[in-house]
Each structure stands twice: as C-alpha cells, then as structure tokens.
Design a protein around this ligand. Sequence first.
Ligand SMILES: *Cc1c(COP(=O)(O)O)cnc(C)c1O
Length: 241
Amino acid sequence: MTTATTLATRLADVRARIAAACERAGRDPAGVTLVGVSKTQPPEAVREALAAGLVDLGENRAQDLLEQAEAASTAGLAPRWPTPRWHFIGHLQRNKVRDVLPHIAALHSLDSARLIEEIERRWEARPAGALAGASDRLPCYLEVNVGGEAQKSGVAPADVPALLAAASASRAIEVAGLMTVAPQVPDPEQARPVFRTLRALAEAHGLTGLSMGMTEDYAVAIEEGATIVRVGRAIFGERRT
Ligand SMILES: *Cc1c(COP(=O)(O)O)cnc(C)c1O
C-alpha cells in the first residue's frame, strides 16, 4: 500500500466517523468542517491531503505554517490541485501576526486583547492578493481554556465577554465562534462536559461556530455540536518530530 492510499484511506475513515457522529446527533454532516492538522508532516503529506480533497489545513506554529503554505502554493500551480485554506490553530505571538495574516483563512486561537490590536494594526497593511478569496475580515474563534489547565492558552470562561466585546469592535475581525482544546483523558467521554460547556458559553453569547474535537475526541465533540474539528494524527499518522 502506498502512502497516498494510506492517507486517502484514513481520511475516508475520518469522514465516515464524522458522518456517523452526525447521524447519532441528528445533524447534517455539511454542518461540520474537517480541518486536517498537518503539523510536523512533510510537504508531500499536505499534497496528498489536497489531492484527496482535503483543502482545510491547520498548523499551530507560524514558521511551520509559512513553510507549508509556501510548499503547497507551488503544488497549486498545477490546475488540478485545489487551493488550500490554512487555519492557524496554535498560540499566535504578536510578532508573528504580520507574516501569518496574508496566508490564513481563519484563526482558531484568539486569546488576548493585545493580539486583537495587533491583528487590527496589520490587517489593513497585509499584502493584497496573498490569499485567494480573502474577505474583508479575518474569521476568528475565541480560544477558551474550559478545563482551567495551567499549561493551556485561551481565556477563562469568565473572561469571554470582555474578549468578545473587543473582537466584535474590531474592523479586522469576524467573530466565528469559540474554540477549545479538551484535556487529554483516557476516555473521550470524559471530554464531553468540556465540549458541552463551550457550547453553552457560545449559545449564551449568540455564537454558532464551535471549533472543538481532535483525533481522540472529535466524534464526541460533534455529538456536542462542533461545527469545525481539527484532526491531525487520524489523517496524517503519528507526528514526525
Ligand atoms: C495538534 C493539534 C490538533 C490535532 O491533534 P491530533 O490529536 O493530532 O488530532 C488540534 N488542535 C490543536 C490546537 C493542535 O495543536
């Protein structure tokens, strides 16, 4: 079996599991976007994903995103390659905003008022035409540390209103919803309350987008209302680092 077959097979399996979770929850699979997290994977893996029809791709480090986007855009020169949509999913340092902005379709990790200010400052000045189909505003998910884990980024649930107010006031940002990374637990069922809390928090603020669910827990996240899941290892295999 070739690597390409393996990735395509894994991808099909993930899509089938997404469909099954939607079925259980009485949801339309069209309401769930799959983002393939390519971190630590070589550019060839990204090309295989694109060839298999996975166009939403995620990276969590600025330098890695820039390198992957560069390599994938070369692949995009051939007409049969779809254009990737890059999602930034990790903590974004303010000094990386300028470099990353022209390449991303969405930011999943908005976590401070200072980051909002920097995005606003750099948004107008971003190079034109860098991103195909770029909109007026950058879709952003506010990252919430639901589990209150010390080592995780994201704001506490209590700080969501202030961050939301600042993001909503920004000309550069379209608030897409909320995002969380659930704690690592032996049984994905244990992550369910975290997803449920994020959903309740979003509903309380009139937000519909929910970026939640990874390899271990995306089925549970979908049952709890995820609209966009970020899946790495289940599609690309184990990380290479
Ligand atoms: C790495 C990463 C993922 C994907 O993790 P997997 O367990 O490989 O699916 C999702 N979200 C974030 C924020 C990540 O850093």
